[in-house]
Every structure is written in structure tokens, then in C-alpha cells.
Design a protein around this ligand. Sequence first.
Ligand code: NAD
Length: 286
Amino acid sequence: MSAEIIDGKATAKLVRDDVADGVAELVAAGGTAPGLATVLIGDDPASEVYIRNKRRACTAAGMTDLHQHLPGDADQETAAALIDRLAADPAVSGILLQLPVPVHLDPDALLARIPADKDVDGLTTANAGLLAQGRPGLRPCTPSGVMVLFDRHGVELEGAEAVVVGRSVLVGKPMAQLLLERNATVTLCHSRTRDLAEVCRRAEVLVVAAGIPGLIGPDHVRPGGTVIDVGIHREAGGLCGDVDSAVSEVAGRLTPVPGGVGPMTIAMLLANTLTAARRLQGMGER
Ligand code: NAD
């Protein structure tokens, strides 16, 4: 039997439509359209593509595109001054520093200048701390997009055995914390986990973010379990994830690559930007 495919593209469209409605409501209520300041330093082609997609999605949702571009040889002071200016600008609801930055720059020092209430990527120490304490804050986009996939596809999390593969600050660690927040029993695996297949097989919900193509095969999957593939790799045959395609014969539900988690990340960036704008304008949550 083949797994049911969790359609991230369709779910992301629903989220983007909800955000567009929220933007219209905010403006109708006398507020200002959210402004998203993406910051690109240098000309990395992959980053340019990501930024272009984010900017397009931002304007399609009725938000104001406040994109900023610095040359690749910009120094730390120049980059810091730009972020400080955006932090102080009331037209800016969200600031997104596109990573990686050129090697001569210190990304952590730049991220630290983004105020927590404009940190729409959810990557600052303040927002990571709020998440760790289970308090409201802006959450990282990729793991919060996975949570929306669970909710919109009726995946039960309360008391479920959840296994996360990968412990990065960007994906794995916040993913585990979000699952814990929803009362799953969470195991976090990483490169030194002794028997990965054995641990993964316990999972009713398995989220894979290791960055290794095909790492997870049918032997890693509990029959009927839900498998979320966060990995993205550009191979000769096109895009693929961390999960081998043969897993679809064992899993109950599975996200494809492309068209699974990827589209959710941008949708959640928009959702975070709307949340930030509402809070900054004192318009509360919907
Ligand atoms: P990362 O390299 O920062 O972290 C990888 C994690 O995997 C590490 O914690 C490491 O301990 C763990 N790991 C490595 N080898 C392992 C192994 N053999 N067994 C178990 N764990 C192992 O990567 P990241 O930033 O978390 O990204 C992971 C993947 O997700 C990448 O392919 C990345 O491109 C993709 N990604 C996709 C999106 C999206 O929007 N879909 C967003 C972010 C990242």
C-alpha cells in the first residue's frame, strides 16, 4: 500500500490565503499593511532565488516589500547599521537576514541586533528562549510549517511517539520543542545516535532534517507512521529529500520533495510577518 501524500503546496496556499485575508482585515481596521525587510548581503545565486520567492509571496499577500541589498564586500559595521535602521523603522514589521552571509561577517552578531518582535525567522536568542520556556513568541518558519501540516492533515500529536532526526537550531531543535509543546513524547536523534533505524521505528510521527539524501529507508519507518521529509537536495535527477522513495510502501502518510515542507516555510514567514505587524500596531491576534 502506498502512503497518503501530504500536499504541502496546497496547504501552503491555504495559509497564504489566510494571511492575505488577515492583511486586508488589518488595513480595513485602520492598521498599516505589514512591511517585510528581507536583507541580502552579496550575490549568492541560491540566496537570490530564495529572496526573490519570499519577496513575491510577500507582495502577493498584500504586504509591503522593503527588501534591502548590500554588496558582498560590505563590512560588519555597515550591515549592523542597516539592521539597526530597520529595527527602528515603524514601517518595518519583520526583518529577515538571508543566511549564509559572506564569510567575513559574523551572522550571530547581526542576528542579535534584530529585535525579538521583528524576528520573523524566529532565530534570535530571545525567541529561542521563549520557545524553550513554552511562552508565546515568533517561531522558526520550517518547524512551525510542519506543525501546520500535522494540524491540517489530522495527525494526532497528543501522547504520540515523535522522533526528530537532526538537532540544528534552524530545524531539529525547535521542531522537537514544538512537538513537546503539543504533548508528544519526543526523541531527538543526531549524528551520534547509536541505532538510528531502531529509534526511528518507534515513531508514530517521524520528522527528518539531517541533510543526507536517502538517509531514511523503509527499515527506519513504523508501518502506518507519518513521515515528514525536511531535507532538500539538488541531484542529477531533480530535487530529493532525506527520505528514500521506498518509504512510501511502509509509511501511512508522507511529505513529497519538492512540494512538501518547502512551500510551508515561505507561508509561515508571511504568517509570522502578519503576527509581528499586528503586535507592533497593537491590533492583537486574530
Ligand atoms: P544541519 O546540517 O544544520 O543539521 C543537520 C543535523 O542532522 C545535525 O544536527 C546532525 O547531528 C544531524 N545528522 C547528520 N547526520 C546524521 C545521521 N547520520 N544520523 C542522524 N542525524 C544526523 O541542517 P539543517 O539546517 O537542519 O537542514 C537539514 C536539511 O533540511 C537540509 O537538507 C536542508 O537543506 C533542509 N532544509 C529545508 C528547509 C525547507 O524549507 N524545506 C528549511 C531548512 C532546511
